[in-house]
Design a protein around this ligand. Structure first.
Ligand code: N01
Length: 511
C-alpha cells in the first residue's frame, strides 16, 4: 500500500487512521506496527495517551477489574502496587507501554476528528481533523475507531441546572482547582464513579448530599497490596505472572453462566451485598434506601468497602426524592425540600448507546452512523465492522463491552481481527471490505437470541446497557474466549469486497 504523502488536493495519504489513544487505540497502533502496517496516524483529542484513564482524575478513581488482567497480554507489569490499581498508576502504565512501543511519532494530540466521509471512487475515507494548527485533511484506506464508549459525559436534564452559580463539574472533568474542604457538596448519581468518589468527598466536605435514583448492588472489594516479594517473583519466575493472570481470568469467566443463563445464581451476590450493607449501616431506613429491588448483575455489580460507611457518616444525607429543579445555589426535590450547596458534582455517566463519534462518520450511502443507529439501534458484524461503512473498524463496538471481566481482552481480540483484515486486503489486493447485510443481521439476531435469558434483560432494572428499543446493544452475552474465537481470523467470505481500483494500482506503481 502507499506510503504517507500529501496529495495535490492537500490531504495527507495514510493507510490507517486510528481515532483515540486509549487502551484500544494504542493496542491498534502497536499491533499494526508489528504487522508491518506502519503507515498510520493516531488522532487523539486530548493531550496524552490514556483515554478514559487520562480524563477520569476524580478522587478515588481506581479500576474495579484486577490489574493482572486489566493490562495488555503483551506488556505484563510486575510492579502493580495493588490488586485493583489506582488511576494514576494505570495511566503511567499506558504511557510507558506507548513510549516503549516506538509508535508515538505517529500520534497527533489535541486534535479531534470532526468529519469522516467514505469516498467510493477513491476507496478512501476523507477525514477532517481539527487541532491547534487548524483543520487538516487525511485520506485513509481504513479507519480504526477507538474513541471509547465512556468518553463523552452525560449531563442530567434538570430544570435550571445552567443557572447554578456555584462550582459544577462532571466526574470525568474534575476541577482540581476547587478546594472542597468544608464545602456543602451535592453528588448526582450513584454509579461506578460515584461509589469511588463519594467516600473521598465525605472525608473533606462540610456536608454532602448524595442524590440516588436507583441503588446498586455493592459487594466488598477484596483489596490488598502486592508485597515486594511477590513483585520480585513476578519479575523473576518465568510464567508466574502469566499464571496469576490466567487465574484471575478463569475466576471471572466462571461467573458468566450466572449472568448469561442462570440469573438466580446471582442471589449469592445479593447476599454478599446485604451483608455489606448491614455491616456498615445501622439505620433501618437508610438500609432500605440502599437495597436494590432487582436481580444483582442487571446493572454493573460494584465493589467498595467505603461506600456504605460514607453514606452512614454524620455529614452525609442520601436523598432519594427525585430532583425537580436546580436553582442558583440549591437542589430542589419533588417533596419541596431545597438543599443549599456550594459545589455540584455530576456523576451521571456517559453517552454509551449513542456514541458521539458516530455523528461524524458518513458512510457509503451518505448517512451518518449516528442516523443509522438512531433508527435501528447499534449493530455491527462481530461488534467490529458495519454494512454501509467500508473499511471502518470499530473497537469496543456494539455488544463487545463486559459486565464481568477486562475489556482489554476484547480489545486485543478485535485488534487481531483488524490486523488480519489489513493483511488480507494487502495480500488479495482489496480496496474495500464491508460486511454483507446478511452476515451482520445474522450476527445481530444471534446476539439478541442469546441476550434473552441474561440478567441484563430479565433482571428487572433500567440500565445504560439497554438502548431506547430495550435491546442490550452494549454487552457481549457470553464467555470472552468465545468472542475471541469468533474473531480469530478475518472471514472475508462474509464481506462484500472490491479490488483496488486500477488508478490506485497505477499510483502505487509510480510511487
Ligand atoms: O456512570 P453510570 P458512571 N438524575 O452510568 C444516575 C465505568 N467505570 O460514571 O441507575 C439522577 O454507571 C444513574 O441512576 P440510574 C463502568 O463501566 C469503571 O458511574 O440510571 N440520577 C446512576 O446512578 C461504569 O459502568 C470504573 O437510575 C441520574 C449514575 O447516575 C461506567 O464507567 C470506574 C440521572 C450513572 O451511573 C459508568 O460509570 C468508574 C439523572 N438525570 C466507572 N442520570 C472502573 O473502576 C443518571 N443518573 C473500571
Amino acid at each position: 500500500m502507499s506510503s504517507r504523502s500529501d496529495s495535490p488536493t492537500g490531504s495527507t495519504q495514510v493507510d490507517h487512521l486510528i481515532i483515540g489513544a486509549g487502551f484500544a487505540g494504542l493496542a491498534a497502533a502497536i499491533k499494526l506496527d508489528e504487522a508491518g502496517e506502519r503507515d498510520f496516524v493516531v488522532i487523539e483529542k486530548d493531550s496524552d495517551v490514556g483515554g478514559t484513564w487520562h480524563i477520569n482524575t476524580y478522587p478515588g478513581a481506581e479500576c474495579d477489574v484486577p490489574s493482572q488482567l486489566y493490562s495488555y497480554s503483551f506488556a505484563l507489569n510486575p510492579d502493580w502496587s495493588k490488586v485493583y490499581s489506582p488511576q494514576a498508576e494505570i495511566l503511567e502504565y499506558i504511557r510507558k507501554v506507548a513510549r516503549e512501543s516506538g509508535t508515538l511519532d505517529r500520534f497527533v494530540f489535541d486534535t479531534a476528528v470532526v468529519d469522516a466521509r467514505w469516498d467510493e471512487q477513491a476507496q478512501r475515507w476523507v477525514v477532517q481533523v481539527e487541532g491547534p494548527e487548524g483543520t487538516r485533511e487525511y485520506a485513509t484506506r481504513t479507519i480504526v475507531s477507538a474513541a471509547g464508549g465512556l468518553s463523552e459525559p452525560r449531563m442530567p436534564e434538570v430544570e435550571g441546572i445552567e443557572s447554578f452559580q456555584g462550582e459544577i463539574f462532571h466526574s470525568a472533568r474534575w476541577n482540581h482547582d476547587v478546594d472542597l474542604t468544608g464545602k456543602r457538596i451535592a453528588v448526582i448519581g450513584t454509579g461506578a464513579s460515584a461509589v469511588q468518589l463519594v467516600p473521598e468527598l465525605q472525608e473533606v466536605a462540610g456536608h454532602l448530599d448524595v442524590y440516588q435514583r436507583t441503588p446498586n448492588w455493592i459487594i466488598p472489594r477484596n483489596e490488598r497490596s502486592f508485597t515486594s516479594l511477590e513483585k520480585t517473583a513476578f519479575r523473576r519466575v518465568p510464567g508466574l505472572q502469566r499464571a496469576a493472570r490466567s487465574a484471575v481470568y478463569s475466576t471471572l469467566e466462571g461467573r458468566v453462566p450466572a449472568f448469561a443463563k442462570f440469573p438466580d445464581l446471582l442471589k449469592v451476590v445479593e447476599a454478599q451485598g446485604r451483608k455489606n450493607i448491614n455491616a456498615a449501616i445501622k439505620d433501618p431506613e437508610l438500609r432500605a434506601k440502599v437495597t436494590p429491588d432487582y436481580r444483582a448483575g442487571c446493572k454493573r455489580i460494584l465493589i467498595s468497602n467505603k461506600w456504605y460507611p460514607a453514606l452512614a457518616a454524620d455529614n452525609v444525607d442520601l436523598v432519594t426524592d427525585p430532583i425537580v429543579k436546580i436553582t442558583g445555589d440549591a437542589v430542589v426535590t419533588a417533596d419541596g425540600v431545597e438543599r443549599p450547596i456550594d459545589v455540584l458534582v455530576i456523576a451521571t455517566g456517559f453517552y454509551v448507546t449513542e456514541p458521539p463519534i458516530a455523528e461524524h462518520v458518513t458512510g457509503r450511502d451518505g448517512r451518518t452512523l449516528a442516523d443509522l443507529w438512531d433508527e435501528q439501534g447499534m449493530a455491527a458484524y462481530k461488534g467490529t465492522t458495519i454494512n454501509g461503512f467500508p473499511n471502518l473498524f470499530q473497537l469496543v463496538g456494539p455488544n463487545t463491552a463486559l459486565g464481568h471481566s477486562s475489556i482489554i481482552f476484547i480489545i486485543e481480540s478485535q485488534v487481531k481481527y483488524v490486523v488480519e483484515a489489513a493483511k488480507a486486503m494487502r495480500r488479495e489486493g482489496l480496496g474495500a471490505v464491508e460486511p454483507t447485510q446478511a452476515a451482520q443481521d445474522a450476527w445481530t439476531a444471534d446476539i439478541r437470541r442469546r441476550m434473552k435469558p441474561t440478567v441484563w434483560q430479565t433482571g428487572g432494572c433500567a440500565s445504560w446497557y439497554l438502548d431506547k428499543f430495550g435491546n442490550n446493544t452494549t454487552l457481549w452475552p457470553g464467555q470472552t474466549f468465545a468472542f475471541r474465537q469468533h474473531l480469530s481470523k478475518f472471514d472475508v467470505d462474509k464481506y462484500d469486497v472490491q479490488a483496488v481500483r486500477p488508478t490506485e494500482t497505477k499510483e502505487k506503481a509510480s510511487a
